[in-house]
Design a protein around this ligand. Sequence first.
Ligand SMILES: Nc1ncnc2c1ncn2[C@@H]1O[C@H](COP(=O)(O)OP(=O)(O)OP(=O)(O)O)[C@@H](O)[C@H]1O
Ligand code: SF4
Ligand SMILES: [Mg+2]
Length: 335
Amino acid sequence: MLALEGLEVRYATRQGEARAVDRVSLALAEGECLGLVGESGCGKSTIARAVMGILPPNGRIAAGRIRFRGQDLATLDPERSRELRGRRMALVPQSAMNAFDPVYTVRAQLDEAILAHGAMAAPARAERIAALFARVGLEIARLDDYPHQFSGGMRQRAMIAMAMALDPDLIVADEPTTGLDVVVQDQILQHIRSLHREQRKTMLLITHDMAVVAENCDRIAVMYGGRAVETGDRAVFERPLHPYTLGLCNAFPDLDDGGRALISIPGAPPDLVTPPAGCRFAPRCPFAENHCSEAEPALLEVEPGRHAACHRLDRIEEFRRRARDPDTWQTERKS
Ligand SMILES: Nc1ncnc2c1ncn2[C@@H]1O[C@H](COP(=O)(O)OP(=O)(O)OP(=O)(O)O)[C@@H](O)[C@H]1O
Ligand code: SF4
Ligand SMILES: [Mg+2]
């Protein structure tokens, strides 16, 4: 349904052009849920914005394609592409406050979304809106409130109701639960899950929470410094192929092994204006060798359906063992 092919997105900054997304290729099949993970600033939201066609004025698609059902959104006539996105895609953003118009009631905005989707008489629309609200666990009495009268969790639910009202084929959820308390997070995730599982919506789910990805996604893409470094099914977290994924897994509480100490990855992500040559993870990778900083590793199929970009895939068993030792990540790289 959706395919990113060598997608490059750049932002103009005072320091120069930042390559926020650099030659990323990902595919999402009908009905699938793809989870996008990686540290802050690795380009996740930029992918979401490029797909939705809402890059800020200083952002541009420098190369590549965004194919949606075969049509390239990056080069399609802007009006046609807007229409296609409006009818077929919906975004559940991190902060629903910015997504709602503050001067209209939530009911008015849901009504407009339904109307934009096709002719429907007023009583039928009212019934639909009430059903959508009930579906996401919101009181019908609150429909005539303005967005600012809702709590963060309520706005997020209303946003999901909006996504359902639009009846899109593709839902892009960018950190849909960040900033909410864990109980509300869980409820919101249940709604997101039901969109995917019961309504068979195709979904691009962006989150920092690896447990959420492991639980909800059919496929996973791990990003680092604007590049996709590992892709595959849930085995990505169970048996990582890339040292960065090993580091991410160490830094996140393991549901099956609550007693394990968390180990963070020292250092910071690369500068995207002048990214390091070779493997972008090399300055932080405990397994880096001289060659790693000279040549960029390609994202290769390592096993059926699993890709990774690392020069030393042959040593992955050893890396997995060593990654469990906190000292491994403390040692400064010698080369
Ligand atoms: N409007 C902008 N102008 C300039 N640079 C930007 C802009 N938006 C994002 N960037 C830069 O692009 C890179 C990718 O940002 P993006 O928001 O896609 O990251 P992210 O993976 O979604 O991070 P987070 O997990 O913090 O949401 C970052 O280095 C960021 O500083
Ligand atoms: S290519 Fe080298 S530096 Fe990059 S992840 Fe693999 S071992 Fe580490
Ligand atoms: Mg983001």
